[in-house]
Design a protein around this ligand. Structure first.
Ligand code: CTP
Length: 404
């Protein structure tokens, strides 16, 4: 599973740095291309030559030590990574990463990478329990950083408690799990709808909603990373579509329905994160409407419900709906999951800070026809997307297995 993967291993300055040598060796033996980055402090514990010999690569320490003039080394390292692992991670490097400080080779690489990050903390028991460390880890967790929890036991500082670096074997298993879930949608065709639809009143005016597209785009990005072929049918959005997905821009609900029906029969998974207008102007004008009377009445007619339409037509497709609610969320969610025949429904209460339209995080609860499936804490929309797709992949694969 690790064969051919480029793993950037960040080693920071704690006594557990010696265990990173065993980790480096295990990763290299498993066929990974290991590129070690050490902090200056880490070099006081273990000689860079140890890692150079085990990884068969130069060890990067100094941001300004540019050996190859054709590349900028921290950007090159950041771009080459399939995964960045920091083991051991001190309280200091965790704080820097949480607050965007980039003052050495490792922290600049960590900021520059788009690869997933796995952090294995190791520190004194009181430091690990300090609210500042806990808060920094929470921030990182909410941005989708994964952690391998430290173990409990005798610490090098003399204390007994939590803070000991997880054993190298355990870190390798965590890395394998990250690559494993990474491809669990391989070969699947996933359609994601995102953004808000716009319903024309006249050539210069329309009705729309507050959707930013962030949640749907995060789902598309996560599905792409998990190996799916992704089609993103998108209404109005304020973010840039992820790389490598097929983008189908649409305006109105009727356009979105057409784009969906043209692709639905081939799809394995449909995720309907779009905020779809329930009504549209009955008679849109093809000329700009001039002002006349003191009041103006706009007659609206009901739009078709895309989710319900595909729910009724589904054969093999696994369908996920979204519900943005302001009150009675659970009751409405259970009603929607049944009425719209979805396999899963993601509920978010848009009145809670940190959830819903426009923000980078979300707090969601996932339901199926029988009730609650998962209740996720506040986390980045990308992390929500990954957790949601892990649930989809698990259920889809279980279904495939029972059909076989
Ligand atoms: N949806 C859809 N087509 C519509 C309206 C909604 O496909 N015309 C989808 C949304 O993409 C979302 C789900 O249905 O996945 C729930 O959207 P929501 O607006 O919460 O549902 P409504 O049916 O509009 O429910 P209500 O207005 O009664 O809350």
């Amino acid at each position: 599973m690790l064969k051919g993967k480029t793993i950037v291993l960040g080693v920071t300055g704690g006594i557990a740095a010696y265990k990173a040598a065993a980790l480096c060796s295990k990763l290299a033996q498993a066929g990974a291309n290991v590129r070690v980055v050490m902090t200056e402090s880490a070099t006081h514990f273990v000689a860079p030559l140890t890692f150079q010999t085990l990884s068969r690569h130069d060890v990067a320490i100094d941001t300004f030590d540019e050996k190859d003039a054709s590349v900028v080394s921290h950007i090159d390292l950041a771009d080459s990574a399939d995964l960045v692992v920091v083991a051991p991670a001190t309280a200091n490097v965790i704080a820097k990463l949480a607050h965007g400080i980039a003052d050495d080779m490792l922290t600049t690489t960590l900021l520059a990478t788009e690869a997933p990050i796995l952090v294995a903390p190791a520190m004194n028991v009181h430091m690990y329990a300090h609210p500042a460390v806990a808060e920094n880890m929470r921030i990182l967790h909410s941005r989708g950083v994964s952690f391998v929890e430290p173990g409990e036991g005798q610490l090098a500082c003399g204390y007994v408690g939590k803070g000991r670096l997880a054993e190298p074997e355990e870190i390798v298993r965590a890395i394998e799990r990250m690559f494993d879930s990474g491809q669990s949608l391989a070969g699947k065709k996933v359609i994601v709808t995102a953004g808000g639809t716009i319903e024309r009143i006249d050539p210069v005016r329309y009705i729309t909603n507050d959707s930013s597209g962030k949640m749907g785009y995060a789902v598309a990005e996560a599905a792409k990373r998990m190996g799916a072929h992704v089609t993103l049918i998108t209404g109005k959005a304020s973010v840039v579509p992820p790389a490598g997905v097929e983008v189908v821009p649409v305006d109105s609900t009727l356009d979105m329905l057409d784009a969906m029906l043209a692709r639905f029969s081939d799809a394995d998974v449909v995720i309907k994160a779009a905020a779809v207008a329930d009504y549209r102007p009955a008679r849109p004008s093809d000329k700009k409407i001039k002002k006349n009377d003191e009041t103006m009445t706009l007659e609206l007619v009901k739009n078709p419900d895309i989710l319900q339409t595909i729910g009724e037509r589904k054969t093999k497709q696994f369908i996920v709906g979204f519900a943005a609610e302001t009150d009675n969320g659970e009751r409405y969610a259970m009603d929607k999951v049944k009425r719209k025949k979805c396999d899963l429904l993601v509920l978010n209460d848009v009145t809670v800070p940190g959830a819903g339209f426009g923000v980078d995080t979300n707090i969601v609860t996932v339901f199926d026809g029988s009730g609650l499936v998962a209740s996720l804490p506040q986390m980045s929309k990308l992390a929500v997307a990954e957790r949601l797709l892990a649930l989809v992949a698990e259920r889809l694969n279980a279904r495939g297995g029972s059909e076989a």
